[in-house]
Design a protein around this ligand. Structure first.
Ligand SMILES: [Zn+2]
Length: 214
């Protein structure tokens, strides 16, 4: 918004009111140029929000829902939207069977997103010499786990040896739960521990080691 008289962009908003028609949402502004003092009106109009198909992935499943957005807006991957399942981050945008990173909403068919509110679900293996107690644990997404951590889980007190993330195996440093696939640990004979994950266990399996993936 520039002043129509002197062209300055130093504009003060004196007043604004919303109007809406069948298809558009209009914001009418009363403006004052700070340079020449000219007072004028301007109208910004947006197309009225309409529902878009939104697919939210969380852990192993996905939810189909819709979200109301203005076709006038632009959307890009990484944007955070407030859906009926809480905050989600846009991971992909689908237009006519193609996936893009950025688009004007007008053209968008489906929005793909992942939840950033739900906990991260990680695997946690306790190596029991020949058997493995394998857990699924739900953690805050920014919960940090480091190799060397002494952890209580279920009836075990264990030391974390290796952390497998989405793209590597860590034996030092740390990783946040949202990138961890699985933590490998071995029992230790300690009574103290850094933290207790027992209350976060979602599921437990017992497996013979030779059954493969654990
Ligand atoms: Zn002016």
């Amino acid at each position: 918004m520039d002043c129509p008289i002197c062209g300055s962009d130093e504009i003060e908003i004196l007043n604004s009111k919303q109007k809406s028609s069948k298809k558009k949402l209009m914001e009418e502004y009363l403006l004052k140029c700070e340079d020449c003092g000219h007072v004028f009106k301007d109208i910004i109009s947006l197309k009225k929000p309409r529902p878009y198909r939104l697919i939210i992935s969380e852990q192993d499943k996905s939810h189909k829902t819709t979200i109301d957005l203005s076709p006038s807006d632009e959307l890009k991957t990484g944007d955070v939207l407030l859906s009926e399942l809480g905050q989600v981050e846009v991971t992909s945008i689908e237009i006519k069977d193609k996936r893009v990173n950025k688009a004007k909403l007008e053209d968008v068919d489906t929005i793909w997103a992942s939840s950033i509110e739900i906990p991260a679900r990680i695997g946690f293996s306790v190596d029991l010499h020949g058997e493995v107690d394998s857990y699924k644990v739900d953690l805050e997404r920014d919960f940090e786990i480091a190799p060397g951590d002494i952890v209580k889980i279920d009836k075990h007190i264990v030391k974390v040896h290796v952390i497998k993330t989405q793209d590597r195996k860590l034996t030092s440093g740390f990783a946040r739960a949202n990138v961890i696939k699985r933590v490998y640990s071995k029992p230790v004979k300690f009574n103290n521990y850094d933290y207790d994950l027992t209350k976060d266990i979602f599921k437990k399996h017992k497996r013979k080691k030779h059954e493969g993936i654990y």
